[in-house]
Write a protein that binds this ligand. Structure first.
Ligand SMILES: Nc1nc2c(ncn2[C@@H]2O[C@H](COP(=O)(O)OP(=O)(O)OP(=O)(O)O)[C@@H](O)[C@H]2O)c(=O)[nH]1
Ligand SMILES: [Mg+2]
Length: 438
């Protein structure tokens, strides 16, 4: 869905004239893409009718060309279609119940949400009350260790209500308590009763249905069924990274009148995003997504270290930190996709892989250097290059190339600090955004 909508929009943007024919062709393209991503046909036609009516209106808003106007309409209508406003996530003491069908991503999401609240300074505990799958508690324990939270469970207890009761006692000091419940292949009487019983004891502030994006428009029925059953406060749509039907699931949630709170974007604990239709659609249409990138950058870069880099000497220790930060932000391709204007640029995967491999090598080299060499790279000479290359299992010319790259980066940093680049232009904006929020 992502690539196809991007392609349709850039095809349209490249046309000389945006006449009726061009608008109609664009709408057809959008329709096809949405139907392929399993959006309800009736909804697709409603959406395209709205776009067509507004896009072809005679009076253009001041300052916009017809082409810009059309792209703007498509963008706004899609945002409306996918839920209007950004989800509100309260950073306060609360109990969260995760529920959903088998394999939808509840346990993985428990760890993701835990990490999210931990990052915002709240203490977190989790309860595993999945008494159906023998390995469920172990799975959550492992994930809990990874994100460093306390996990309560009892492999011998068969009654989930007792587990929740005990867990609430054990974790009563925690700000956030997340309850991971059992999945089933369908909503049956037994699952319904179990969830109601759990909720009676837990009195959850948030009851979040976890659904996989690959169920597409079936999300509407599932969401309303669970909503009738326990009264949902929201939905989390997972596997948005790997499903072509994610758009279908999101529009279905909107149609079922339930709010999407988070999106699962991968299997790791950090792969979670607060749902924001504006942001989602910008990325869908290839407009880049500076905000997401900045948020990630803020998390990855240690503010003090970043200021040191900007203020002081950009020595090899700082370079090391920079490599670490880049790694924390995810793969290069992910970072690039979020940069405005880069969304449409296809950089060959090979090239990105080479860059990533290089960074691994650089880290080995840095690990083979002495403290002195890292803080005063000027002392490096041929002899030292040889020693570092042996220590890191690389070739001496690799080490020399690396130092060359470092020198260039250092020069760029100097320009940044004093020069125009930092005071004006998009890079300045990005850096200001980053620094301003620290
Ligand atoms: N790609 C991707 N995979 C995910 C995501 N969320 C979960 N998964 C994977 O989906 C599978 C099922 O995830 P679980 O968290 O175990 O699902 P569950 O709902 O707890 O499953 P049950 O407890 O058996 O009902 C695992 O292999 C996860 O790694 C996501 O956002 N993206
Ligand atoms: Mg589970």
């Amino acid at each position: 869905m992502f690539d196809k909508l991007k392609d349709s929009i850039s095809k349209f943007a490249k046309l000389g004239v945006a006449d009726k024919g061009a608008v109609e062709a664009l709408i057809k393209d959008i329709q096809r893409t949405l139907i392929q991503s399993d959006v309800n046909v009736k909804l697709v036609f409603e959406l395209s009718k709205n776009i067509k009516e507004k896009a072809l209106k005679d009076d253009l808003p001041a300052g916009l060309t017809r082409r810009e106007h059309v792209v703007d309409i498509v963008y706004k209508e899609l945002v409306e279609f996918l839920g209007k406003s950004k989800a509100e996530i309260k950073l306060e003491k609360q109990k969260i119940l995760l529920l959903g069908l088998f394999g939808s991503g509840k346990t993985t999401t428990t760890a993701k949400i835990a990490k999210y609240y931990l990052k915002h300074g709240l203490s977190v505990g989790a309860i595993s009350c999945d008494t159906w799958r023998p390995a469920a508690y172990e799975q959550l324990k492992t994930l809990g260790k990874q994100v460093k939270i306390e996990v309560y469970g009892d492999a011998k207890e068969k009654d989930p209500v007792k587990i929740v009761k005990e867990g609430l006692k054990k974790l009563k000091e925690k700000d956030i308590i997340i309850v991971d419940s059992a999945g089933r292949s369908a909503i049956d009487g037994e699952l319904a009763k179990e969830l109601k019983d759990i909720d009676k004891i837990l009195k959850a502030d948030e009851k979040l249905l976890v659904m996989s994006g690959d169920i597409g428009q079936a999300a509407e029925k599932q969401a309303s069924t669970f909503n009738d059953l326990v009264g949902l406060t929201g939905v989390i749509v997972t596997k948005m990274d790997s499903s072509a039907k994610g758009g279908g699931a999101l529009s279905a949630c909107h149609a079922a009148d339930v709010n999407v709170k988070f999106l699962g974007m991968g299997e790791k604990p950090q792969d979670l995003e607060i749902y924001d239709p504006v942001r989602f659609v910008s990325r869908l249409l290839g407009m880049g997504d500076l905000e997401t990138l900045l948020e990630k950058a803020k998390e990855a870069i240690d503010p003090e270290k970043a200021m040191d880099i900007m203020k002081g000497d950009f020595d090899l220790n700082a370079f090391y930190d920079q490599i670490e930060s880049t790694k924390k932000m995810g793969s290069f391709s992910k970072i690039l996709e979020m940069m405005p204007g880069m969304g449409n640029v296809k950089i060959p995967k090979d090239m990105l892989d080479v860059q990533e491999e290089k960074m691994v090598k650089w880290k080995f080299m840095l690990d083979s250097m002495t403290k002195e060499e890292k803080s005063k790279p000027d002392v490096l000479n041929r002899q030292r290059y040889d020693r570092i290359s042996k220590g890191s299992g690389t070739k001496p010319e690799d080490v020399r190339d690396f130092i060359k790259h470092y020198d260039q980066t250092k020069k760029m940093m100097k320009k940044f600090k004093g020069g125009k680049m930092f005071k004006r232009g998009p890079m300045a904006k990005m850096f200001k955004g980053m620094m301003g929020n620290m």
